[in-house]
Design a protein around this ligand. Structure first.
Ligand SMILES: Cc1cc2nc3c(=O)[nH]c(=O)nc-3n(C[C@H](O)[C@H](O)[C@H](O)COP(=O)(O)OP(=O)(O)OC[C@H]3O[C@@H](n4cnc5c(N)ncnc54)[C@H](O)[C@@H]3O)c2cc1C
Length: 416
C-alpha cells in the first residue's frame, strides 16, 4: 500500500474503506536466520535495514507485548546530534542524516520536524563548554550556533532570564534538530520491514536462550522454541533481565523516566528548549500540548510508572525556567524504563556467546538514535563488523577503561 496525497483524497471521498493493516500478523516459523528480540524502535529499525540495505531474508522480530509498547512510544520525541565526544558525535550525526530522509525512504509520515534545539547556558563555564561542544559538532559535519543572551531572548522571550540561581547567559542552538512522532517512527519501520518479508511476531516473549558449545542456536519463547542463526537483543529497559538469561551481567541500571504533556495551547515554544543546569526540557507538540521531562526516578525499577516526588521536581525545574508554565494544566504523565549505562553511552556489540549480539544502554538518548542504531546493529549482524560510526560502543570498554563519558559525570546513571 503506497501513501500519497492523492490516495488520502480518494479514501476521503470513498469512506476510508481501502486502508489496509500496516503489517501482517504471522505465526512464528520453526527457524530464522536472524531473530531480533524486542519490537521497539531499535529492533524494528534493525530488521528493516537488515532486509532492505543488507539484503538479508528469514528475519523475525519477537515482541513480548505489542509493537511500540515500550520506550519508542513513551519518549519526549527529541532528535538532535549535539554531542561532544568523538565516540558519539559522528554516530548521532549519521542518525540525523537518516532522519532527514526517513519519511521519503519508507513512505510514511513520522512527523519529523526540524524546528531546532536550544540548550541554555547559565554560567561562563557552561558557555565555554558549549563553545567546545559546538566546535566538535561543526568538525563532525553537524550544525551549531552559539547565541548570546539577547539572541536567546529574541527566540524565547517568555523564559525567566534573571532567575537568581539560573540567569540565562546564552545558548547553543542546533537548527537541524527537533522532534518526530515517536510511535509513527515505529509504525514506519514496522511497515517497511513487513513489506520486505520480515515476520513481526507480537505477544511472543523470549524466556530463554539455547546455547550449544558457546554458540546460540535459538530462543525459548512463550510461543515455543524458535531456532536462529543469529540473535540480536534490543530490549531497552529490559536489557539486564534478558541478557541474564544468557548468563551475562551488564554495566547497566534500570530507572523510570517520566514524560509530561499539558493541555493544548496556542503555538508558543519555537523548538526544543533544554535547561541543563536545573534539568528540564520542553517542546510543543503539533496539537499544542507542552511536552516536557526532567530527572529520572532515583531508585532502580522495572515498573513502567513513576512517582510523585519526581513530578514535583520536574515541575520546579519548569517553573524556574518559564514561570508561565504554572498556568498550564497537566493532562498526562507516564513512565518508561531506561537502561542507564555506567558512562551514559550505548552498547552495540557482539557478546561472549557466538551469534548473540547486544544493543543496549541508551539512557536518555535512544529515540534520536533509532535510525543509526538500527543501521549499525544490522551492519554488525550482517557483516560481523561494527559500523564505522559505532565502533566505540564496545561492551568491554568498561573493563578496559575506554568509557565514553559524554557528560563527564562518571559512573552515575542518575546524572545522565
Ligand atoms: C519518558 C522518556 C522520555 C524519553 N525522551 C527521549 C527523547 O526525547 N529523545 C531521545 O533520544 N530519547 C528519549 N528517551 C529514550 C528512548 O525512548 C529510548 O532510549 C529508546 O526508545 C529505546 O529503544 P527502543 O525504542 O528500541 O526501546 P523500546 O521501545 O522499549 O523497545 C524494547 C522492546 O523490547 C520488548 N521486550 C522486552 N523484553 C522482551 C522479551 N523478553 N521478549 C520480547 N520482547 C521483549 C519490550 O516490550 C519493548 O517493546 C526517552 C525515554 C523515556 C522513557
Amino acid at each position: 500500500m503506497h501513501f500519497s496525497g492523492l490516495r488520502v483524497i480518494r479514501e476521503a471521498l470513498t469512506g476510508h474503506k481501502g486502508w489496509k493493516p500496516l503489517w501482517r500478523n504471522p505465526e512464528p516459523q520453526p527457524a530464522y536466520d536472524y531473530i531480533i528480540v524486542g519490537g521497539g524502535g531499535h529492533g524494528l529499525a534493525t530488521a528493516y535495514y537488515l532486509a532492505k540495505t543488507f539484503g538479508r531474508a528469514r528475519i523475525a522480530v519477537l515482541e513480548k507485548s505489542w509493537l511500540g509498547s515500550g520506550n519508542i512510544g513513551r519518549n519526549t520525541t527529541i532528535i538532535r546530534s549535539n554531542y561532544l565526544l568523538p565516540g558519539n558525535e559522528p554516530f548521532y550525526e549519521f542518525s540525523m542524516k537518516l532522519w532527514e530522509g526517513l519519511e521519503q525512504e519508507f513512505n510514511f509520515n513520522a512527523m519529523v520536524s526540524q524546528r531546532g534545539i536550544l540548550n541554555l547556558c547559565h554560567t561562563d563555564a557552561q558557555r565555554d563548554a558549549f563553545r567546545r561542544r559546538g566546535n566538535a559538532m561543526l568538525l563532525a559535519g553537524a550544525d551549531a550556533e552559539l547565541l548570546d543572551r539577547e539572541q536567546v531572548r529574541a527566540m524565547a522571550p517568555f523564559l525567566n532570564f534573571d532567575n537568581a540561581c539560573f540567569p540565562i547567559k546564552g545558548g547553543l542552538l542546533q537548527r537541524r534538530a527537533g522532534t518526530a512522532r515517536h510511535d509513527g517512527v515505529a509504525w514506519g519501520y514496522a511497515r517497511g520491514a513487513d513489506m520486505r518479508g520480515v515476520d513481526l511476531i507480537q505477544n511472543c516473549e523470549v524466556t530463554g536462550f539455547r546455547i550449544d558449545g558457546g554458540r546460540i542456536s535459538g530462543v525459548e519463547t512463550t510461543r515455543g522454541y524458535i531456532a536462529a542463526g543469529k540473535v540480536g537483543v534490543a530490549v531497552a529497559g529490559s536489557s539486564s533481565r534478558v541478557m541474564a538469561m544468557a548468563g551475562m551481567r551488564l554495566p547497566i541500571e534500570s530507572h523510570v523516566l517520566q514524560a509530561f504533556v499539558s493541555e493544548g495551547l496556542k503555538p508558543t515554544i519555537p523548538g526544543v528548549i533544554t535547561f541543563g543546569a536545573g534539568h528540564f526540557y520542553v517542546s510543543q507538540s503539533d496539537k499544542g500540548g507542552l511536552v516536557f521531562g526532567g530527572d529520572i526516578d532515583g531508585y532502580n525499577s522495572y515498573a513502567q510508572r513513576g512517582n510523585l516526588p519526581v513530578i514535583e521536581d520536574v515541575a520546579e525545574g519548569g517553573m524556574a525556567l518559564m514561570p508561565m508554565i504554572g498556568r498550564a494544566r497537566l493532562l498526562r504523565v507516564w513512565g518508561g524504563i531506561m537502561d542507564m549505562s555506567m558512562d551514559g553511552s550505548p552498547i552495540i556489540d557482539r557478546t561472549p556467546v557466538e551469534g548473540l549480539y547486544l544493543n543496549a544502554g541508551w539512557c536518555y538518548g535512544g529515540f534520536k538514535a533509532t535510525p543509526a542504531s538500527g543501521y549499525a546493529f544490522a551492519h554488525l549482524l550482517a557483516t560481523g563488523r561494527p559500523h564505522e560510526t559505532a565502533s566505540a560502543y564496545r561492551l568491554d570498554r568498561f573493563a578496559r577503561g575506554y568509557v565514553i563519558d559524554e557528560k563527564g559525570v562518571g559512573a552515575q546513571p542518575n546524572l545522565h
